[in-house]
Design a protein around this ligand. Structure first.
Ligand SMILES: *Cc1c(COP(=O)(O)O)cnc(C)c1O
Length: 357
């Protein structure tokens, strides 16, 4: 099934008004957005139009019962100027996994990809050329029935917005292992990229900030023993002889950066283990000098160094001079996204302009 995308362009682009050397994350939007409507069991009215407000009824289901999911991905520029996407099919797949868990309709992957290619092709001027910068893409879906009742909506919107973002030099993060609140529990929705997971994390994150930390390190909800992930990132631990990251067994968001890093490390012959890892094992390894580095992985920051992990009174500090694996990996991903190193996996997808509109 193909979906015709109607295109309405802005009279005048705002792209020249943007200071691409100084972009506040999350606050600058490109000229256009994609929007599709779901009703009567199908997606229709696919359009790319000037970014605009949407008008909503106070009873719109999302506002009350929270059927809202999203993706986050990036378009970059090849050194020769061509716009590129990174593993877009995995984002299409994950959006649908989230949709499934939330009783929302699938977005046909072909529609997702056609919308993405057409939109990014139109907004190519908005992709910052500077290495490490990107056009952040935010596909999301939400319920639009106007009805007060706990049931899954029969109508939805699927929208994609584009935001130019800078290199996101995230300063090293300080984490506190969370011993009271939990992010996700077996059988819950931790694996879905659902808006409410973030709302639920704000309060513990605030407490951690008040205590001088940047983010929470989530532990499992049964024993507060096994490490899950960090606010918006998956976590990796670099030991002297191996790299360990928690296995995604239902409570951890299946990060595409995480997956990519594991594949790159395996390509390099590094020993990577995806398994349960307890905070006690981490503390032991730290005491023995076997734990050298820890970092977060996610689309926004790509790789974020961790300078401190605290559990109760026990502090683990990580010295910048040891941040080698994380730096190499981050550079490799940014090089791939600029077309500067060979892409042996077909991860980097040139945007094609001939998608039919
Ligand atoms: C999106 C997200 C990640 C990172 O996923 P990427 O696909 O690498 O961007 C990690 N944890 C949570 C909770 C997330 O929502």
């Amino acid at each position: 099934m193909t979906h015709k995308i109607t295109i309405k362009k802005v009279a005048q682009s705002r792209v020249n008004e943007i200071d691409f050397d100084n972009i506040p994350f999350g606050r600058e939007f490109s000229d256009h957005m994609f929007e599709a409507t779901y009703s009567d069991g199908k997606w229709h009215s696919c359009e790319i139009k000037p970014l605009s407000r949407i008008s909503i009824h106070p009873a719109m289901l999302t506002l009350h019962y929270g059927q809202a999911i999203f993706e986050g991905m990036k378009a970059t520029k090849h050194v020769d100027g061509r716009p590129l996407l990174f593993r877009p099919e995995l984002h299409a797949e994950r959006l649908n996994a989230s949709a499934h868990r939330m009783c929302m309709p699938d977005v046909p992957p072909q529609l997702f990809l056609d919308a993405l290619h057409t939109l990014v092709d139109m907004e190519a001027e908005w992709i910052p050329a500077r290495k490490g910068s990107a056009l952040y893409l935010r596909p999301f879906m939400f319920a639009t029935d106007e009805y007060i009742g706990v049931s899954s909506s029969t109508s939805y919107k699927f929208i994609i917005m584009c935001l130019p973002v800078g290199p996101y030099y995230s300063k090293p993060v300080k984490l506190r292992a969370e011993r009271k609140y939990v992010r996700a529990v077996d059988g819950g929705v931790g694996e879905a990229k659902v808006a409410g997971n973030y709302a639920a994390s704000l309060y513990p994150a605030r407490l951690a900030k008040e205590a001088g930390f940047d983010q929470v390190l989530w532990l499992d909800a049964h024993e507060f023993k096994y490490v899950q992930e960090v606010g918006t990132m998956n976590i990796f631990f670099v030991f002297k002889d191996k790299i360990v990251t928690p296995a995604t067994t239902g409570t951890i968001l299946k990060g595409i950066t995480r997956k990519t890093l594991i594949e790159i490390m395996k390509d390099r012959g590094m020993q990577v283990e995806e398994r349960k890892i307890s905070i006690d094992e981490i503390k032991e390894a730290y005491k023995n000098g076997d734990l050298v580095e820890s970092f977060g992985a996610g689309t926004a920051a790509v790789v974020a160094n961790i300078s401190l992990i605290q559990d109760g009174d026990f502090q683990m500090t990580f010295d910048e001079s040891n941040w080698k694996t994380s730096r190499d990996l981050k550079k490799h991903i940014n090089d791939l996204r600029a077309g500067e190193v060979p892409d042996n996996h077909g991860w980097v997808i040139p945007v094609h302009s001939e998608v039919m509109a």
